[in-house]
Design a protein around this ligand. Structure first.
Ligand code: BMA
Length: 389
C-alpha cells in the first residue's frame, strides 16, 4: 500500500512538472516578454496609420512614408477603431476597417508590434449626430457621459452594444491558421485633458476607473481569446507636473495595466515641451519600474514638423535619456532619485495626413533627410532591428 502511494505521488508530481514545462506562453505573455526584452535594447519607433496613406498618396499596398524615407518599416504601428461602435465601414479618419484588419495582421506577420486606440463617439449625442464633428464625436466633451454608460446608467445597454462591436472586430485579428494576433490596446487615453468626453473634468476618478474596468472585463472576459492576447495600456496626456498622488487617483490599477504611456506633443515652445516631457517621464519611468510595468511615449510629435532638426535635436535626446537597459536610464533629473527607471519601450508619432496634419517623416523633404539622423541612432529600433536581433 505504502509503495502504491509513493508511486502515485511520484506520478502526480512528475506529471504536473511536465505539464508546467510544456505550458506555452499565451500570445499576450509572448508580447509582454518580447516588449520587456526589447526595452533593454532601445526604444522602438512607431507610426500611426503608417501603411494606409502619406503625403501625396493613399491606399497603395506596400507603401509607407517611413519605409520610403529610411528603407525600413516602423517597429510599431498604431491603428484606431473610432467609428466601429457605430457599425461604420470606415474609421473616423476614413480608413476602412477591412484594411485595418489586413494591415494589423500583415504587420504582425512581418514581425512588428501593433497598438490599437479607440476614439468612440459620444454615447449621449452620437445617435442624433452620427456623422458630424465635433457634435456627436469623441471631442464633444459633455459632462455625465461616463456616468450614463456605467452599470445602471441610462445609456449602459447602448454602450454594451458598442463594446460588443469592438470585441467582434478584435476577435477577427487572427492569422490564416487561426492564431490570435497579440496587440496593445489603449482605450480612454489622454483622460487628464478636457477634450474628450471621458476627460477628468467630465467624470470622477471612480467613474473613470469603472469605465476602464468595465471595458476591460467586457473585452477580455475569461471565455474570450482576447483574455490571452491583449496587453493593456493606460496613457494620460502630458502634464508637466505628474506626481504619484495625482496619478494614482485615475490609474486603473496594477492588476489592470501592463503598459503606462504618455501622449506628449509639442504644441507650444520647444523649451516647454522638453521640460514637461522630461518631468513626466522622470515620474512615469520610475513609477513603471517600481510597479513592474512597461512605459512608452504612446503618442508624440510636432505637427507638420516646422523645424525638421526636431527629430535629432529635440526628440532623440529625450528618448535616449529614458531608454536602454533599465538601470542605465538617466533622465535629466535622475540624480534626484535613486530609484530604478524603466526604459521607454516605444515612441509612436501620429499619422501623416494631408493638410498639415502630419507628424512622421516625409520622403524627399528636409523633414525626411533630418529624420535619417534619428533613424541611424542605434538606440532607436525599427522593424529590422527587432526582427534580426
Ligand atoms: C487626432 C487628429 C484627428 C484624428 C484623430 C484620430 O489627433 O489627427 O484628425 O481624427 O487624431 O486619429
Amino acid at each position: 500500500m505504502k509503495r502504491i502511494i509513493i508511486l502515485c505521488t511520484w506520478y502526480i508530481v512528475t506529471l504536473s512538472f511536465l505539464t508546467a514545462c510544456q505550458k506555452q506562453p499565451t500570445p499576450r505573455e509572448q508580447l509582454l516578454n518580447r516588449l520587456t526584452d526589447l526595452q533593454q535594447r532601445g526604444c522602438m519607433f512607431g507610426h500611426q496609420d503608417d501603411p494606409f496613406y502619406g503625403i501625396g498618396w493613399a491606399y497603395e499596398e506596400g507603401r509607407s512614408d517611413v519605409l520610403e524615407t529610411c528603407g525600413d518599416w516602423p517597429a510599431v504601428m498604431g491603428f484606431d477603431l473610432g467609428g466601429i461602435e457605430m457599425s461604420d465601414d470606415k474609421n473616423l479618419d476614413s480608413v476602412p476597417f477591412d484594411c485595418i484588419r489586413d494591415e494589423i495582421i500583415r504587420h504582425y506577420q512581418r514581425g512588428g508590434i501593433v497598438t490599437i486606440s479607440w476614439h468612440p463617439r459620444n454615447p449621449l449625442t452620437a445617435l442624433d449626430h452620427p456623422n458630424t464633428w465635433p457634435e456627436g464625436s469623441a471631442w464633444e466633451a459633455t459632462d455625465g457621459a461616463v456616468a450614463a454608460i456605467l452599470a445602471d446608467g441610462p445609456t449602459h445597454e447602448l454602450f454594451l452594444e458598442w463594446l460588443r462591436r469592438v470585441r467582434s472586430f478584435l476577435l477577427t485579428l487572427r492569422t490564416e491558421d487561426g492564431k490570435p494576433v497579440p496587440f496593445i490596446f489603449r482605450p480612454w487615453h489622454e483622460n487628464n485633458g478636457a477634450w474628450f468626453w471621458w476627460g477628468d473634468t467630465h467624470c470622477t476618478p471612480d467613474e473613470y476607473k469603472a469605465l476602464y474596468t468595465m471595458t476591460q472585463d467586457y473585452i477580455s472576459s475569461v471565455y474570450s481569446v482576447l483574455s490571452i492576447s491583449v496587453v493593456w495600456s493606460y496613457s494620460p496626456n502630458l502634464d508637466g507636473a505628474m506626481d504619484e498622488e495625482k496619478f494614482l487617483q485615475w490609474y486603473p490599477g496594477d492588476d489592470r495595466i501592463d503598459l503606462i504611456g504618455l501622449d506628449a506633443y509639442q504644441w507650444g515652445t520647444e523649451e516647454d515641451f522638453v521640460r514637461q516631457t522630461t518631468a513626466d517621464l522622470d515620474f512615469l519611468c520610475t513609477f513603471a519600474a517600481e510597479h513592474h510595468k512597461l512605459v512608452a511615449l504612446t503618442e508624440c510629435g510636432f505637427r507638420s514638423i516646422p523645424d525638421p532638426t526636431w527629430w535629432h535635436r529635440v526628440l532623440l535626446p529625450i528618448i535616449k535619456s529614458y531608454s536602454g537597459a533599465v538601470l542605465q536610464c538617466n533622465g535629466p533629473t535622475a540624480e534626484r532619485s535613486n530609484s530604478p527607471k524603466g526604459g521607454l519601450s516605444y515612441a509612436l508619432v501620429w499619422r501623416n495626413a494631408e493638410g498639415g496634419e502630419h507628424f512622421g517623416p516625409v520622403p524627399d523633404t528636409d523633414n525626411g533627410r533630418e529624420f535619417m539622423q534619428f533613424y541611424h541612432d542605434p538606440q532607436i529600433l525599427f522593424l529590422k532591428d527587432i526582427t534580426n536581433p
